[in-house]
Design a protein around this ligand. Sequence first.
Ligand code: SAM
Length: 269
Amino acid sequence: VSAEIRQITSLTNPEIKKIRSLAQRKYREEEKLFITEGLRHALEAAEAGWAFRTLVIEENVKDKDLVRRLLDACAKQNPLILEVPAHIMESISKRDNAQNVITVLEQKWMALEDAQNHEGLWVALEEIRDPGNLGTIMRTADATGAKGIILIENTCDPYSLEAIRASMGSFPHVRLVRCSRQDFMTWAEKIKWPVIGTHLKTTHDYRAVSYKFPAVLLMGNEQAGLTDELAQACTALVKIPMRGKADSLNVSVATAVMLFEMNKAELKI
Ligand code: SAM
């Protein structure tokens, strides 16, 4: 690899400060960038064609085979490559024993109007707030071949460290759209795909429906569930029956149950 690698040892280096600032949503949105940790996730992103801005590698790993493969895979993009000691890796990832490769990538968002060019099953999430739930849903959406995720109104950021971590390397394979509640309703009415909402107040068993694609699976907020406005915009409301004393399932668990049920004809080992 002939790329130029800059050695940095100070936490106050401006490039390192800029990367550390990406822990905050405000800067991620301003810069349209985000961080991913780990070599395998970076390789997946490189192979899926994501745009690399910066590659931060821990001292003494640049000659490892997989690191060389990553450097080769993104060489054409000519990213900034920084070699740093372990404590700088830890300060970026905000935890001990950080991974030895951290990359800064450009965010990708798809416009709502372009979602219909990818016919299949889409997941829509109203005001999801927990990045661990969102990352887990990204991972399950990838595993079940969903076309992408539509984030409605005020949701947590899919590009936060926590959400990207929880997506476990699935983030490069999940299209992301964000829109207001009103835009979602206008779009859904226009394209006429069935919108399957999940709701605790319905008595309609999720297994009693025969699902056809294209379709949208709509999930509600962790505390409040679906708003009445969106529930009324659904073609059908379904519920996963429960025993015991729990009054609901975690939203990422409920999404997984729904995605596997809706895809059961498609998924074969
Ligand atoms: N108190 C909220 C309510 O009454 O809707 C609980 C919301 S629940 C934790 C978050 C979301 O997960 C729900 O809006 C729904 O989309 C989904 N969910 C949770 N349990 C479900 C179930 N048993 N059947 C269908 N969806 C469920």
